[in-house]
Design a protein around this ligand. Structure first.
Ligand code: ZN
Length: 75
């Protein structure tokens, strides 16, 4: 009974470790060349707050954090 229990615990631990390693490998490897590396942070031309370029409002080659700041700066 004791031997069987230890065997089962060992198998469960091994399975958990295998799953953990697989998850870590799957999470880490695509990231450096993936989407996150391409995100460019730009400062708002009005208040200087840093925002991802894809969320920024672009006007005349300048980035703005909001429509209000874009309007204020282009008045
Ligand atoms: Zn701003």
């Amino acid at each position: 009974m004791g031997y069987l229990l230890r065997l089962v615990i060992l198998l469960i631990l091994g399975w958990l470790a295998y799953r953990l390693v697989r998850r870590l490998v799957a999470d880490e490897s695509p990231r450096p060349s993936g989407k996150q590396a391409r995100i460019e942070i730009v400062p708002c031309a009005k208040c200087g707050v840093h925002i991802p370029r894809e969320e920024a409002l672009m006007h005349n080659g300048k980035a703005y954090c909001s429509a209000a700041h874009m309007e204020e700066d282009t008045k």
